[in-house]
Ligand binder design. Structure first.
Ligand code: SF4
Ligand code: SF4
Length: 366
């Protein structure tokens, strides 16, 4: 791969021009409704210039004050998940034919899509979703089609939120793999690193100058500061084994008394993949769509299996969420299901903080 390059800020639009020349739809962050959300964009002018974001448990506020920067914030409520694992989509369609039904599998609508502004935690989460949807005997065709069409332009995090703890999980703040291009925003522009052959092709169209030693040193220092600024973290001591040994800890009931079982945490979590399967039949009974829809371990239907409710209360549902995410995920995928993005902390209306809960549950463990 080529040496890191440098793109002056006024030339950021050239990235958009090159992507459009290559036929990509572009998705990027915009400030809307008091949040930072991914939307289809066509121009660098639509990025959140000068916007910063203050996050804490149960709170997200946009602020001015980022000067001329457009990536001076950590993340919004979405990650890459909705772009590959659709919140709701039909998997097949049935149509009455004589005495029976004809079943037709549906196909996902796919289009080459470049996402600009992807963070290290989101790449780590995408790698976990890939293992879930593409690993094993049966790859999910809908996910696979959309995933194959993604081009990922990452941005190294230099402004972590107070809720971020990717340094503690080893997933950030610097991107290390899974990207096509990686930018780091400096005062005067962007260092650019290549992570794949499609990224190399894109960079060749931009033909930028190499980054200077001073620019690379400022990039290194900014990433070091970003990691050092993170104050939250997960307990490092045998978290899986401690949680599994403490399934009857009184803390589960204490957190259940605060938790609203709203499912916000699972909706914003970039690694959560649980879903429900739903039949949506036409009123005349002639056709039916079989839908896959995001679901949450906090919902009543998710624990209802064969006439029995397995997780009758919020205590059992919160425990399911935390123990799966931080403990049994190790058995399933060889690592924790948490990439330290902090979204479940920011977007919890009850300001429940999983790092605080994990620490309380592990207190006193050897
Ligand atoms: S932990 Fe927070 S976000 Fe998650 S279900 Fe409970 S109240 Fe909702
Ligand atoms: S559990 Fe919370 S902090 Fe961890 S990846 Fe999910 S949303 Fe992010």
């Amino acid at each position: 791969m080529s040496v890191p390059a440098f793109l002056p800020r006024p030339q950021l639009q050239r990235v958009f021009d090159a992507l459009q020349h290559l036929g990509y739809r572009i998705v990027g962050p915009v400030a809307r409704d008091g949040a930072l959300v991914y939307e289809d964009i066509t121009s660098a002018s639509e990025l959140p210039w000068g916007v910063a974001a203050r996050q804490d448990a149960g709170s997200f506020r946009l602020e001015a004050g980022a000067g001329e920067r457009c990536f001076a914030w950590a993340n919004g409520p979405q990650a890459l998940k909705p772009l590959v694992f659709a919140p709701v989509e039909p998997l097949w369609r049935m149509e009455r034919k004589g005495a029976g039904f004809e079943v037709r599998m549906t196909q996902a609508t796919c289009r080459p899509t470049a996402v600009i502004g992807v963070r290290a935690c989101d790449l780590a989460a995408l790698a976990l979703q890939d293992r879930h949807f593409l690993g094993g005997l049966h790859a999910d065709a809908h996910y696979a089609g959309r995933r194959e069409d993604l081009l990922l332009i990452a941005v190294n995090c230099t402004h972590p939120a107070a809720t971020c703890f990717c340094a503690s999980t080893g997933d950030g703040p610097q991107v290390s793999r899974g990207f096509d291009l990686a930018l780091t925003e400096l005062d005067e522009g962007y260092t650019v690193a290549v992570g794949s052959p499609p990224g190399e092709k894109l960079l060749a169209l931009l033909a930028p100058a190499p980054a200077t030693a001073d620019q690379l040193e400022r990039e290194r220092a900014a990433l070091h500061r970003a990691a050092a600024a993170q104050t939250r973290g997960l307990p490092g001591r045998q978290l899986r084994d401690v949680l599994m040994a403490r399934l009857d800890h009184p803390r589960w009931q204490e957190v259940a008394e605060r938790c609203l079982a709203c499912g916000n945490c699972t909706a914003v979590c970039p690694t959560c993949f649980c879903h429900a399967e739903i039949e949506s039949a036409s009123l005349d009974g002639a056709t039916s769509l079989h839908l896959r829809e995001w679901d949450s371990c906090f919902g009543e239907r998710h624990g209802y299996i064969h006439g029995k409710q397995l997780r009758p209360g919020t205590r059992e549902r919160y425990r399911q969420w935390l123990v799966h995410k931080l403990a049994t995920w190790h058995d399933q995928y060889g690592r924790s299901g948490c990439v330290g993005c902090g979204r479940c902390i920011t977007w919890c209306p009850a300001a429940i903080d999983l790092t605080e809960e994990a620490a309380a549950l592990c207190a006193g463990a050897a």
